[in-house]
Design a protein around this ligand. Structure first.
Ligand SMILES: [Fe+2]
Length: 207
């Protein structure tokens, strides 16, 4: 009888935002995202100059938690989710060490918008909470981190179990939070909905 273990497992955390911290109204968060986007001319200019479809506050705003109370509440909730995930990952952060928010930003992706495959260098945990996910809005696509080492490895059968698939599509609902380790490559495929796909993404660093 053979014995096959699963080794070097990659974990993906998924929870309802409401499981930790202050209650966050999805409607209020959505209207706040639009209000910030409308006001943020530097961000709009950056998106235009850089060919970013829709809007992101990534390059222009570093203080969402100070600007808007709902973002301060959101950060309180995210801190607790990230701490729970760090515990699950068995991170040894040292006696005084902790994971601390480094960046948090809004993404408004219109119909046809996408975000190409990337990682989040210099961070430990990255994630997204979902603010508006109309029907047809894309899932998050996560990639097996061993692809660069696969060389001549054959593809896997379409019927393979989820834990052996080369790509995973995580289809979050409004109010969900997804967390993963920042080295995990991911992308947002094209938004096929006529309506905006709105999310708030963030990075946590080890301090
Ligand atoms: Fe990302």
């Amino acid at each position: 009888m053979s014995d096959i273990e699963s080794l070097f497992v990659t974990r993906l955390y998924r929870a309802a935002l409401s499981e930790h911290g202050p209650a966050i109204s999805a409607d209020e968060l959505e209207s706040t995202c639009y209000a910030i986007a409308d006001d943020d001319e530097a961000g709009q200019d950056w998106c235009e100059e850089n060919g970013y479809p829709g809007y992101t506050s990534y390059a222009s705003l570093t203080d969402l938690g100070w600007r808007m109370p709902i973002f301060a509440d959101l950060i309180k909730a995210l801190d607790l989710h990230v701490a729970a995930f760090a515990k699950e990952l068995a991170f040894d952060l040292g006696e005084d060490g902790k994971l601390e928010l480094e960046d948090i930003w809004i993404n408004i992706l219109p119909e046809g918008g996408m975000h190409a495959s990337h990682i989040h260098p210099h961070s430990v945990i990255s994630g997204t909470t979902y603010v508006s996910m109309p029907d047809g809005a894309s899932a998050l696509k996560l990639e097996d981190p061993r692809h660069a080492m696969m060389m001549a490895a054959p593809p896997r059968l379409k019927s393979v179990d989820r834990d052996q698939k080369p790509f995973i599509y995580a289809a979050p609902k409004v109010g969900d939070v997804l967390l993963w380790e920042s080295w995990l490559r991911h992308e947002v495929p094209m938004n096929m909905s006529e309506d905006d796909r709105i999310s708030v993404s963030f990075n946590y660093k080890w301090v």
